[in-house]
Design a protein around this ligand. Structure first.
Ligand code: 5GP
Length: 130
């Protein structure tokens, strides 16, 4: 069965899209640790990051860097942190999290933007993609 993230890529489930290319896709996390928390995924559905072939792994990191730089330019934060966990959704995803301290990195602290806020954040990040 297709993962929830494959359904997002295919447009079967809505998302606040940030960026896409031939192999990768980025969108806002629906339950963010901080405003601007973004997930970058390979279109190829693989559960664990260490099981990616090297080319996809390196491509995902390069794509995440591009998106992360746009987040840093668009969101008021000290820096963008990276986490890969994957215990909830079995489709590789890189968490890009705007950090002002450790609490945003813990996954214990959550924020709840409105739909309008999600849309504005996504638009702002998209405008900074180079
Ligand atoms: P992990 O698998 O790394 O533990 O966490 C999965 C992440 O995916 C969580 O941060 C969760 O909020 C996010 N997530 C789960 N389902 C959806 C969804 O349908 N849409 C979006 N945008 N994010 C999701």
């Amino acid at each position: 069965m297709a993962s929830i993230f494959t359904k997002i890529i295919n447009g079967e489930i809505p998302c606040y899209k940030i960026d896409e290319d031939e192999n990768f896709f980025a969108f806002l996390d629906i339950n963010p640790n901080a405003r601007g928390h973004t997930l970058c995924i390979p279109k190829k559905e693989v559960d664990k990051i260490m099981d990616l072939d090297e080319e996809t792994y390196m491509g995902l990191m390069a794509f995440s860097r591009k998106v992360g730089k746009a987040i840093e330019a668009a969101v008021d934060c000290n820096r963008v942190g990276i986490s890969v966990i994957g215990l909830e959704v079995p489709h590789v995803h890189v968490h890009l999290i705007p950090l002002n301290g450790m609490k945003e990195a813990t996954f214990q602290y959550k924020v709840a933007p409105t739909k309008e806020e999600f849309e504005a954040i996504a638009k702002n990040i998209r405008s900074k993609i180079e």
